[in-house]
Design a protein around this ligand. Sequence first.
Ligand code: DGL
Length: 264
Amino acid sequence: MNKPIGVFDSGIGGISILKDLLIELPCEKFIYLADSKNAPYGPLPEKKIIELAEKNIDFLIKKECKIIVIACNTITAAAIKNLRSKYSLPIIGLEPAIKPACLKTKTGAVGVLATQGTFEGEHFKNTSKKYSNYVKLHLQIAKELVDFAEKGDFDSDNVKKIISHYLNNFKNRNIDYIVLGCTHYPFFIKQIKECVGENIQIIDSSEAVTRRTKDILMTYKILNISEFENKLIFYTTGNTEILKKLANNYLNIAPNNYIVEKMN
Ligand code: DGL
């Protein structure tokens, strides 16, 4: 089916998910919505996150999206139950990759970086409880990384300082896996690796979400097999220049292959 896949996040973070989706689903059209004006969602009350998420989904439905990918751990944690009961189209969410990290760790110690909202979510609490007999999870809110990413600052001295500050809490704890439980954090992977060294594995949720999306498209028989090039439109309530930079340098898409539109 030729209709687009709608992907949204509180801001630009979900582009780290979109990267994988574009590679694995090369025949699909995508609409990406970044609600950067209202980011970060992490510290907001659940009710407000649900309200903003509904506004985003209503917009994507108006653009005729056939399926919605919530490329945000915080929104999934706060709102997915409500959203699935309100809308009839398939909605895919994501959660921190705790399960693979807990299954793979050899030291029995895993570090998790995420937002306050994600850690407070029912789903995270249940998953971490499930593994807590076997694995020690070390949790760290990394709020400021969302703010830095939204400003387009991925590599300044201040960014490095704050990353080193957050990761300090994982030192001397024998951690061998770090889970990036917020979609804004993969933009900082180089800096995180520089800080923790090569022996610690870093994982995020992009692979799992992409697999799930493909699966749902096939199950509902709405996979697009008739086109051979991704078509991509970005909408943002914030800064269009940051999106253009990410499209060019992070997604490696030629400027004539995407459009960026400002919205209110
Ligand atoms: N990118 C979002 C996530 O995966 C959160 C950022 C925010 O706090 O808005 O959780």
